[in-house]
Design a binder for this molecule. Structure first.
Ligand code: NAP
Length: 386
């Protein structure tokens, strides 16, 4: 089958469309024909060899594969395919220096359609994906966990993420049901591919880590990028006042997504921004200056760290749990079924929509990486395979 490959770390030009053997489906797995995948910011660093502790662990040697998220169609189901385990949600999988037992948080944040009373601790949420009716188990977010539900079947339109490996930029992936959920009804699968990584990341950051509340002031740094463009939408849907930091040419774009205010990050420093209840950082540099913008009781979540100062940056995040009153939370997402199904519901409720900058064919994946690296992306670059 066709797949995006690279034989050495380097610039976008190292990427090419090659062929690899069809993945072999084992018991408990499903085969998905991938319609599209997306280019995530982190993959640029991976391809360039800047995070070898991640890429070498995910896959030994070369050629290496590309792509984490996917939207497509189930074309075969292996024997003994289980329903997604009801406990296999992202709350247990968002491990990392900033991660601390978010499974303990009840309420709609777990969004288990099978669990009753989970809205009790809803708080002032404008949007509650758990409150929508998919309790029949084959609803819009299924296949779902819990009782009376089914697992994936051939023909299901699904989306999902590979579990800490790369390779979704290919014609087929083999996955366990816990890695997928039904794609939103009526959403084109190429558009859908813009969302699995960044959508689940924004939900984890704002809902589960920061516990953003209606009326709070949210700052999104990197607001026009993949993760930021979803965070702006979700912050708005949660009823927060959203301030966006983005490139000058993207200020109208982030306002259209729902930002109340937008500032050019090249001309606006942290000191010009005021105070916030929640800061979401998708950039990873200068964290201390943004942490100082937190009001009492404020929460800061970062999904990135400074790749030029890895040890110092990670040490700062770790030390923030001990020194200072407002820690910085960093997590590395590895979402599974329940969180992916939550994303489906957020899209179906209208809280989040995919924002596609440009669609590239698989053969032009190098061009897609060049485009993201050049800066100025609005939302996501998508790689169409079918
Ligand atoms: N922890 C996790 O689970 C997780 C999940 C997803 C992503 N990530 C990480 O999060 C980061 C962002 O990912 P992404 O996919 O959203 O990347 P992206 O689509 O490339 O977006 C990055 C955005 O940051 C903006 N930016 C760059 N420098 C900035 C600055 N100094 N101040 C404000 N904005 C700035 C860029 O604007 P211009 O283009 O205009 O410069 C761009 O809009 C990556 O490092 C990625 O690895 C982590």
């Amino acid at each position: 089958m066709r797949a995006a490959l690279y034989d050495r770390y380097g610039p976008p030009e190292v990427l090419y469309e090659g062929t690899v053997p069809m993945p072999v489906m084992g018991p408990g797995e499903v085969l998905v024909r991938v319609h599209a995948t997306s280019v995530n910011g982190g993959e640029l660093h991976g391809r360039a060899g800047r995070v070898r502790f991640v890429t070498d662990m995910a896959e030994r040697g070369f050629p290496k594969r590309m792509g984490v998220d996917f939207a497509g169609e189930v074309v075969a189901v292996g024997p003994n395919v289980p329903r997604p385990a009801s406990g296999s949600d992202a709350h247990e999988s968002t491990a990392g220096p900033g991660s601390r037992g978010s499974t303990a948080r009840p309420g709609p944040q777990t969004a288990d359609p099978g669990s009753r009373g989970s809205t009790d601790e809803a708080g002032p949420r404008a949007v509650d994906p758990g409150s929508r009716g998919s309790t029949d188990g084959v609803g819009p977010s299924g296949p779902v966990g819990g009782s009376g539900v089914r697992g994936p079947v051939v023909g299901d339109r699904v989306w999902g993420l590979l579990p800490r490996v790369f390779g979704s930029a290919a014609e087929y992936v083999v996955v366990r049901p816990r890695q997928i959920a039904l794609a939103p009804a009526g959403l084109d699968l190429v558009q859908a591919a813009a969302l699995p990584v960044v959508g689940t990341t924004a939900i984890t950051a704002l809902r589960d880590k920061a516990r953003l509340q209606e009326g709070e002031r949210l700052l999104v740094r990197g607001a026009a990028g993949g993760a930021g463009s979803v965070a702006v939408q979700l912050g708005r849907a949660f009823g927060a006042h959203v301030t966006a930091l983005a490139g000058a040419r993207s200020l109208d774009f982030v306002r259209d997504l729902g930002a109340d205010e937008a500032f050019d990050y090249r001309t606006t420093g942290p000191a010009d921004l005021g105070r916030f209840d929640v800061v979401l950082d998708t950039v990873g540099t200068g964290l201390s200056a943004y942490r100082r913008l937190l009001r009492p009781g404020g929460r800061m979540v970062t999904i990135a760290f400074d790749l030029d100062r890895v040890v110092a940056s990670l040490s700062y995040v770790a030390a923030s749990a001990v020194f200072g009153s407002r820690r910085v939370r960093l997590f590395s997402g590895n979402p599974t079924h329940r969180l992916i199904a939550d994303l489906t519901r957020y899209v179906e409720s209208g809280a989040i929509r995919p924002v596609v900058d440009t669609v590239f064919p698989l053969a032009d994946i190098a061009e897609a990486h060049r485009a993201l690296e050049a800066g100025g992306v609005r939302g996501k670059h998508v790689i169409q395979i079918v």
